[in-house]
Design a protein around this ligand. Structure first.
Ligand SMILES: C[S@@+](CC[C@H](N)C(=O)[O-])C[C@H]1O[C@@H](n2cnc3c(N)ncnc32)[C@H](O)[C@@H]1O
Length: 221
């Protein structure tokens, strides 16, 4: 789908589902909260930080961070942003390929469930890297291309809803090219409730995890 079609799609979802995470396109609400809680635990406790939720949708993922941090939410779905603002995010309607922030503004940048929609994902990662502070963290969560479950699902699903899926090594290389180090993975095995963590892909877990999160620390200039 093109960018403007995705924008309409998520505006419509937010209109239909309101602030509910159903508008975020997860398997179901339980899977959303499981994924969110595991990811935030993996990120570690955050206090007094400036956080960017890039492609925040209705803001449910970063809502727990609002109490102790300043959280900005950027998305091109204006309708979704209304609900994100209701959750306490400072919202801005922008395209992720051109962010209106100065270099190094954010201690933590999150981009959850977004890059699978974006053909020009390297330009998005370039922008996210630019606005991450030296010593800060970039965390991206997306679909695992190597997943056997996703391959099976594709046999039955005719729609090409998600433009892209990613190999973990592919994203690791893009992170390194954009100045990140200490790169780690958290693998998610839907519908199971556990996750595994590692610094590399790992042959078996790379086949069975449905999604993964990758995080890295931005090197000092
Ligand atoms: C699957 S939803 C995930 C929302 C949220 N991160 C979450 O986990 O609940 C993807 C979001 O990315 C936004 N998005 C996709 N491409 C974008 C772009 N190029 N610029 C800004 N937002 C974009 C969509 O509008 C949508 O809200």
């Amino acid at each position: 789908m093109s960018n403007s079609n995705w924008k309409q799609y998520f505006d419509k979802k937010a209109e239909t589902h309101g602030a509910s995470v159903k508008s975020s396109d997860y398997f179901n609400e339980e899977s959303f909260f499981m994924q969110r809680d595991n990811t935030l635990r993996w990120l570690g406790e955050l206090k007094g930080k400036t956080v960017l939720d890039a492609g925040c949708g209705v803001g449910a993922f970063s809502e727990p961070l609002v109490a102790n941090n300043t959280v900005y939410g950027v998305d091109f779905s204006v309708k979704s942003l209304e609900f994100a603002a209701g959750r306490g995010l400072i919202t801005m309607s922008e395209d992720l390929t051109a962010l209106p922030f100065e270099k190094g503004k954010f201690d933590v940048v999150l981009c959850i469930g977004v890059i699978q929609l974006i053909e020009q994902y390297v330009s998005v990662i370039k922008e996210l890297a630019r606005v991450t502070k030296p010593g800060g963290t970039l965390l991206i969560e997306t679909l695992n291309r190597g997943s056997i479950q996703r391959k099976l699902l594709k046999l039955f699903e005719r729609s090409n809803k998600f433009d892209r899926m990613y190999a973990m090594d592919e994203l690791k290389n893009v992170f390194m090219q954009h100045g990140f180090e200490q790169i780690e993975f958290m693998k998610i095995y839907h519908p199971f409730k556990f996750v595994t963590k590692s610094s590399g892909q790992g042959a078996l877990s790379g086949t069975f995890c449905t999604s993964f999160a990758i995080k890295g620390r931005k090197k000092s200039d």
